[in-house]
Ligand binder design. Structure first.
Ligand code: NDP
Length: 273
């Protein structure tokens, strides 16, 4: 396993298992943030129309000189853009802002009740038309996935959900595993709210790694795709220096025991407006 480790999705495409998230990176800073990350070796960037920073992400990609096929770019359709027609318009607008011909992964950001099955039809069309290499969902619990399955023609390749040691979403991850849907962890560091946890500190000391590195390693060893956000070059470097050690089974179990139902974002049944 190394920084360029890829995970194969259910449609045969590959995604770098570790990427950079850019939620809350201000539009005026994102060019530099993504530029740094690409210099360091990140090849997978997770943005969304909601983040208001797609233009800077796209510009950093263009100016990096890295061949397009070596990069993996995800964006998402926001909650007020759902429905068959609107989602297609939203996709076209995202592509224009990014300055790209295609994205690698397009996600339904939240399961807006009564809307997401129609939105999914738009994503299926975008995929069939070759405008995105893969399609998926975000913030779908197992019951949303079941509802979608009743009308979908194509299964989601990815479900991106809040996931970290204190919120492990076991019912949803089990459903995803059983149905070939890759799990991607958002707020994988729990937004840095509990990096001083004694269990994390102790395990970090054992491997000479930081708590953030221990958590990222835990995601990788659970086969989750992981997209920590940092605007800081040193922390970006730290977050990718996770392929030179392996947590043993006992330490994985200790981390699994940190589950406490602690959410840092919205509940999927109450999507933000
Ligand atoms: P993270 O769990 O990635 O935590 C980010 C926070 O941790 C920032 O404050 C960052 O500060 C800090 N941090 C990063 N690395 C370290 C480190 N090594 N040591 C100490 N602190 C660190 O939270 P996010 O909410 O940003 O989630 C990651 C990504 O997931 C998002 O950027 C977005 O792409 C995606 N996401 C998707 C959602 C969805 O609904 N689909 C919802 C929320 C997020 P600093 O920048 O100063 O380093």
């Amino acid at each position: 396993m190394d920084m360029q480790t890829q995970k194969q999705l259910n449609n045969g495409t590959y995604i770098p298992q570790l990427g950079l998230g850019v939620y809350k990176v201000p539009a005026e800073d994102v060019y530099e943030t993504v530029g740094h990350a690409l210099e360091l070796g990140y090849r997978h960037i997770d943005t969304a129309s909601f983040y208001g920073n797609e233009e800077g992400v796209g510009k950093a990609i263009q100016d990096s000189g890295i061949p397009r096929e070596e990069l993996f770019v995800t964006t998402k359709v926001w909650n007020d853009q759902q429905g068959f027609e609107r989602a297609q318009q939203a996709f076209a607008a995202s592509l224009t802002r990014l300055g790209l011909d295609y994205v690698d992964l397009y996600l339904i950001h939240w399961p807006v009740p009564d809307m997401f099955p129609e939105t999914w039809k738009a994503l299926e069309k975008l995929y069939q038309d070759g405008r995105t290499k893969a399609i998926g969902v975000s913030n779908f619990l197992d019951h949303h996935l079941q509802t979608l399955a009743a009308t979908q023609q194509i299964a989601p390749a990815v479900n991106q959900i809040e996931l970290h040691p204190k919120l492990q979403q076991r019912e949803t991850t089990t459903y995803c595993r059983e149905h070939g849907i890759a799990v991607e962890s958002w707020s994988p560091l729990g937004r840095a709210k509990y990096l001083d946890d004694p269990v994390l500190m102790k395990i970090g000391k054992k491997y000479n790694k930081t708590p953030a590195q221990v958590i990222i390693r835990w995601h990788l060893q659970h086969d989750f795709i992981v997209i920590p956000k940092s605007t800081n070059k040193e922390r970006q470097r730290q977050n990718m220096t996770v392929f030179d050690f392996q947590l043993d089974d006992g330490d994985m179990r200790l981390l699994d025991q940190l589950e406490s139902g602690m959410r840092v974002g919205s509940h999927p049944d109450q999507p933000p407006k």
